[in-house]
Design a protein around this ligand. Structure first.
Ligand SMILES: C[S@@+](CC[C@H](N)C(=O)[O-])C[C@H]1O[C@@H](n2cnc3c(N)ncnc32)[C@H](O)[C@@H]1O
Length: 269
């Protein structure tokens, strides 16, 4: 019996069953998405463990996270969890209307509609300020569009907070850094390809603000990281390397815990 397992794998581990019974909290939409993903999505085992998503949601509420980065969308379970945990966005009002040229580098404002301006030289732009956003990154959002979106769509305010970036995540993270978003995120969840984990962690530490939380999923990789190094495959090697990088990083405090497939949590000083 594995001692590292996601609760939905029903491994028969009584401790995992007990802990998940007394910690997992799921919205109806989360239950629906988990069920559909397990039943119909390809490589369903990539689905985030509900006990990990509950813990992340608790951190988001604890620190009042507003800008959230979700690296690795798959069917959208983690993005949905973060969006449900984050607060609700406000409505547009007159004070949210600015002249566009005065916000050339803004990272939390989204242009909703462009109107003809007051003169030929200038134009006005109605901008909705979204205080809560979940930016979810994946190299391919087909699974999100097919499985997650039709379910998440049922709650418009939850869907509205989710912004998708379909590209190699490293490129998107580098784009954020180039745009000057360093130190602007509150919570980052790393759950994409394992080979890039060290690079994702490095970008996350730079993008997150002091007091922010980074959660690295699959940090125990079904227990493989604790075996002899000669048995490591590529993914195990990079996950193990990331665990050491986090532990030795003096920019963060951290805890490696046996929850789901293992989570390494880094708290930015
Ligand atoms: C483990 S799944 C994410 C699970 C999701 N966070 C959840 O909670 O259900 C990993 C995802 O990473 C994506 N991925 C793989 N390589 C990637 C890359 N280079 N850039 C961005 N996403 C990538 C895959 O397409 C896959 O959807």
């Amino acid at each position: 019996m594995s001692i590292v397992t996601k609760s939905y794998e029903n491994s028969g581990n009584v401790i995992v069953d007990y802990c998940s019974k007394l910690s997992v909290r799921q919205h109806e939409l989360q239950k629906e998405l988990q069920e559909l993903t397990i039943k119909s999505a390809p490589m369903a085992g990539m689905l985030g463990a509900p006990e990990v998503l509950t813990l992340g949601a608790n951190f988001i509420q604890l620190i009042g996270a507003k800008n959230i980065l979700d690296i690795g969308t798959f069917t959208g379970a983690s993005a949905l969890a973060w969006s449900l945990a984050a607060g609700d966005n406000g409505k547009v009002n007159f004070s949210s209307i600015f002249v566009l040229y005065s916000f050339p580098f803004s990272n939390i404002l989204r242009c909703k509609a462009i109107y003809n301006g007051m003169s030929n030289e200038y134009f006005l732009c109605a901008i909705i300020q979204y205080p809560f956003q979940v930016l979810t990154l994946d190299i391919n959002h087909d699974n999100y569009r097919k499985f997650g979106l039709p379910i998440i769509k049922k709650c418009e305010k939850t869907l509205k907070k989710i912004v998708t970036y379909e590209a190699p995540a490293l490129n998107t993270l580098d784009q954020f850094l180039t745009e000057g978003r360093e130190g602007t995120f509150d919570f980052v969840f790393i759950d994409a390809d394992k080979e890039n984990y060290p690079s994702y962690y490095e970008r996350a530490v730079r993008l997150i603000k002091s007091g922010g939380v980074i959660m690295v999923d699959n940090a125990l990789w079904n227990g493989r990281v604790a075996k002899d190094i000669s048995t490591f495959d590529k993914s195990t090697k990079f996950i193990n390397e990331t665990n050491y990088i986090i532990f030795n990083d003096n920019r963060t405090n951290s805890s490696l815990i046996n929850c789901g497939d293992g989570i390494h949590i880094a708290f930015k000083k």
